[in-house]
Structures are given as structure tokens and as C-alpha cells.
Design a protein. Structure first.
Length: 285
């Protein structure tokens, strides 16, 4: 199955990044959000990201213009998914919201379409229940920033068909990702490991063991991680990591996933990381 048309539901940081790689791979791409302003803001993020790619010599100027021309902002959900070969939901980590979206797109999306969720921790099977064709549903977990990060984690739900998984794997390789396949278990592989490390790093800051910068340096220079867990938390968003930590603590009955009080306090104060300008680090444009 060749994917020629893609629909991305959610024009935030993740959604815009997914739309960008789809368009660069030659797909006609529709970027959906609930308001035109949000959808157009996502398109502006893509244009800015592609321009940075041009300046760094990673994207040809002609490819930038062609990719931008392939992307269309959209506010009609049925129109966004009509005729799409691939639909990727990139809404916030809210199970009810995701189920509502999959229920809404089941009829207007073509029978052959791959229906993917970009969830980083929620059960794919529960999301697939809301679709009329659960065999076409799987997790396609991208990483932030999508155009740069090489990993694509495919999550096979209980009813995901082999054909759906094969088509998703082929598309992941087409857009230049290293593809892994995991079972539909809480946290999958990446979030389960990453959140465990991240929560422990936050507890160490909370206990005054070391500064955020020094904890991050320990993992970068001692273990070869490209980025420390606290800087990564700032990039992902402290609110996002809080939600994932709470979910994994409940699902796995494991105290090491329980979010530390410091994380809850920072989120309550609006210190969400890069998107708010302040988290464990200060962020300036």
C-alpha cells in the first residue's frame, strides 16, 4: 500500500512535525485543528522549521517550497480524513478525547486508511475500540522534534492486522526513521524507560542531590545520552510528563513512576518547560 495522502489531527508541536515529515516524503498533507488560527499556526511552525533546515543545509530550498505547498490547514474533520491513506492523531494525552476523534473519523476515512495514534503511553486497544475498523488502528509514536529524532515506535494493538503494521513500518522507513515494534503495554518501550529515568532525576533535584544541569551532564557524559533527562523533560513539557507518570503509576502499580511533588508544583506554577519559557532551565527564543 502506497501512502500518498496524509491527514494529521492536531497542529501543535508534534502534529506540525509529523505533517512536515509527511509532506517532505511527497504526501499531500492536511493539517487539522479545531480553529483555523491553530491550524495556520501549525503551518507557520512548519515553514519556520523548514527554513532552519535550509539554513543548516539539511533541506534544499526547492524541497522547502514543495513541502509547504503540499500542506493545507483544515478545520473540518471529515474533510481532513476523506481520501487519506494515513491518518495520524496527535491530540493531547486524553483517552476520552482520542476515542472521540477515532469514533468521528471512522466513517469518513477510507476503508483502507491506516488510523494511527501518536500517544506516548495510553493503551492503543482502548483507542481502537472506538473505531469501526480496529484492525486498521495502531500506535505511531513519534518523538520531539519529529523532523530530527530518528525513532518511530510502532505499537501493535490487540486487533492490529499484520498488513497495517507492515504498511506503517514501510512508511516509517520511507520518512527516514528507525522503526521499532512493541506490544500494547503501558508506556510501551520508550516512555516506560524514559519516564522512569525522568522521574528519578526530578526526585534527585527535589532532594538537593545535585543541580538539574549536573544531573543531565551525568547522563550525557557518563552514559552517552544525547540529552539529559531534565532538559528532555523541558522539551517534552512538564505537564505532558506529569500525565504520563500518573498513568504509568496507576497502570503498572509501580511507585517509581509516581510523579514527585516538585513536578506537580512546577506544573501548577505554569513552569512547563520550553513552551512556557521556564522549567528546569530558562528558555529564550
Amino acid at each position: 500500500m502506497e501512502i500518498r495522502t496524509a491527514a494529521v489531527l492536531g497542529a501543535g508541536t508534534m502534529g506540525s512535525g509529523i505533517a512536515q515529515v509527511c509532506a517532505l516524503a511527497g504526501c499531500v498533507t492536511r493539517l487539522y485543528d479545531v480553529t483555523l488560527a491553530r491550524a495556520e499556526a501549525g503551518c507557520a511552525l512548519i515553514a519556520k522549521s523548514l527554513q532552519k533546515g535550509v539554513e543548516k543545509g539539511k533541506v534544499a530550498p526547492a524541497d522547502r517550497e514543495t513541502a509547504i505547498a503540499r500542506i493545507r490547514p483544515c478545520t473540518d474533520l471529515a474533510e481532513a480524513v476523506e481520501g487519506a491513506d494515513l491518518v495520524v492523531e496527535a491530540a493531547p494525552e486524553d483517552l476520552d478525547l482520542k476515542r472521540k476523534l477515532f469514533r468521528s473519523i471512522s466513517a469518513p476515512a477510507p476503508p483502507h486508511a491506516i488510523l494511527a495514534t501518536n500517544t506516548s503511553s495510553l493503551p492503543v486497544a482502548r483507542i481502537a475500540e472506538a473505531a469501526t475498523r480496529p484492525e486498521r488502528v495502531l500506535g505511531m509514536h513519534f518523538f520531539n522534534p519529529v523532523p530530527v529524532m530518528k525513532l518511530l515506535e510502532l505499537v501493535a494493538g490487540e486487533k492490529t492486522s499484520p498488513a497495517t503494521l507492515d504498511a506503517a513500518r514501510a512508511f516509517g522507513e520511507r520518512i527516514g526513521k528507525e522503526v521499532i515494534v512493541v506490544k500494547d503495554a503501558p508506556g510501551f518501550a520508550s516512555s516506560r524507560l524514559g519516564i522512569c529515568l525522568g522521574m528519578e532525576a526530578i526526585r534527585m533535584v527535589e532532594q538537593g542531590i545535585a543541580s538539574a544541569a549536573d544531573i543531565d551532564k551525568a547522563m550525557v557524559f557518563g552514559y552517552g545520552h544525547p540529552m539529559g533527562p531534565l532538559r528532555l523533560t523541558d522539551l517534552v513539557g512538564l505537564d505532558v510528563r506529569l500525565a504520563i507518570g500518573e498513568h504509568l503509576a496507576r497502570a503498572l502499580q509501580a511507585p517509581h513512576f509516581e510523579p514527585p511533588a516538585l513536578l506537580r508544583t512546577m506544573v501548577a506554577e505554569g513552569r512547563l518547560g520550553k513552551k512556557s519559557g521556564r522549567g528546569f532551565y530558562e528558555w529564550k527564543e
